[in-house]
Ligand binder design. Structure first.
Ligand code: URA
Length: 429
């Protein structure tokens, strides 16, 4: 078999066989296929597409390119939750303790921030002492003992995806449904959980800008999950507006603590409950309504917060959250006219948070965990001149100034009350 023939076949619009896909994935991982050949094939896939069978084959091949976690060492029902990436999305840190406090085993590998979107691992690292690199035995032991562990992805989980994703990122081949679906699902399949819930983001801050493309991506990932023998559901949710009030690592941990203490942003709380209820209802023999009520109960009776504290302590973190880092500098953004907030572009808010120090522009950049944005007004809110729209936090005046300049382009104030967009579009099971 030759990579040249595989590129030519896909260039001409033909379907690739399982053997051809395996050949590409294996040989590219072993560095026997050059980057320029892999780029050509990815562009041919991007333009001519892949059908469901090819997408499933690509997913399985990438999943098998490294370690396949065997979660049979964990007693009980395992579940995983994945978000396609958003701004202010801290739901995993609420959903995992809710589900773990109801007996689900949440063995979760998470990522770091990517571009304008934040990452769960960076957020956890803003807690003093928190260790995100447990070895597999300690990871399983902790999940067996307390029902929850969240660590960074091991180097050898779907290494083919890691290489292919890095290439897609620089060859304008990210935004293809088969490539996104196989990339996400290869890691979920390799991570081993039996029950998987996907939060597919839709809107200005997401890969998928509209409901139709988000639905296509969600349907493809659900089909892949089922073909690979998993229980799976996907919830399509709004990412036109940042999720919750806080964007930035330690600021988001504070918001997680608020939600788990029955306070905080109502939309964030609702999404956390919907995702938790979806996990619980596909994992147990519970109706969605029953699962939702039980999830709510774990917040009101404090059991989810208790689980969160147990989890932070188990991974070496300081659960005296008064030690969370606080930024040296802050700046209030005030409304300059009366009206309604027409929109807040979550992508620009995410990019502003990166400029403030909360994310990385290059892989090697360090993060200032204290920095970010607290939003006091969001889309549809009424504002009068002088009202605080947001407070920006940074470690230096220069960063504050850069963040302010960009943040000021993220929102529009107008006279009419805008249309209220739904938080949840639909669930695909
Ligand atoms: N997240 C991934 O892991 N892969 C993609 O292709 C897009 C988002």
């Amino acid at each position: 078999m030759r990579i040249y023939d595989i590129i030519e076949k896909k260039r001409d619009g033909y379907k690739l066989t399982k053997e051809e896909i395996d050949f590409f994935v294996q040989e590219y991982t072993k560095e026997n296929v050059e980057d320029y050949q892999a780029s050509a094939l990815l562009m041919a896939i991007f333009i001519n597409g892949m059908d469901e069978e090819e997408t499933v084959n690509l997913t399985e091949s990438m999943a098998k390119s490294g370690d396949m976690l065997d979660l049979s060492a964990i007693d009980g029902i395992t579940a995983d939750k994945h978000s396609t990436g958003g701004v202010g999305d801290k739901t995993s840190l609420v959903v995992a303790p809710i589900c773990a406090s109801l007996g689900i085993k949440m063995a979760k590998m998470s990522g770091r921030g990517l571009g304008h979107t934040g990452g769960t691992i960076d957020k956890l690292e803003s807690i003093e002492g928190f260790n995100v690199t447990l070895d597999t035995d300690d990871f399983f032991k902790q999940v067996n003992e307390i029902g929850i562990s969240i660590i960074g992805q091991t180097g050898n989980l779907a290494p083919a995806d890691k290489k292919i994703y890095a290439l897609r990122d620089v060859t304008a081949t990210v935004g293809n449904i088969s490539l996104i679906a196989s990339s996400i699902m290869s890691k979920k399949i390799a991570a081993g959980a039996q029950n998987i819930v996907l939060d597919v983001k839709c809107g200005s801050g997401a890969f998928m800008k509209d409901e139709q493309s988000a639905t296509e991506l969600a349907e493809m990932m659900v089909k892949i999950g089922k073909k690979c023998g998993r229980n799976i559901a996907a919830v399509i949710t709004n990412m036109d507006i940042p999720l919750g009030s806080n964007v930035g690592n330690a600021l988001e941990i504070k918001e997680v603590i608020d939600i788990l203490n029955n306070k905080g942003d109502k939309q964030l709380r609702e999404l956390c409950l919907v995702l938790s209820a979806t996990i619980l209802s596909i994992s147990y023999d519970w109706t969605y309504e029953e699962a939702y009520k039980k999830a709510e109960q774990t917040i009101s009776d404090g059991s989810a917060y208790k689980k969160f504290i147990e989890f932070v302590n188990a991974q070496g973190g300081n659960s005296d959250f008064t030690t969370l880092p606080v930024a040296k500098k802050s700046l209030e953004i005030k409304a300059v006219k009366d009206g309604y907030i027409q929109s807040i572009d979550s992508r620009i808010v995410g990019e502003s948070a990166v400029l403030l120090g909360a994310g990385r522009e290059k892989k090697t950049d360090t993060i200032d965990y204290s920095t970010g944005i607290v939003l006091y007004k969001k889309t549809c809110d009424r504002v009068s001149v002088g009202d605080t729209i947001a407070i920006l936090y940074a470690e230096t005046d220069e960063r504050l100034k850069n963040g302010e300049k960009l943040f000021n382009t993220s929102y529009v104030i107008g006279e009419e009350m805008p249309e209220i967009l739904p938080l949840i579009y639909k669930t695909i099971r």
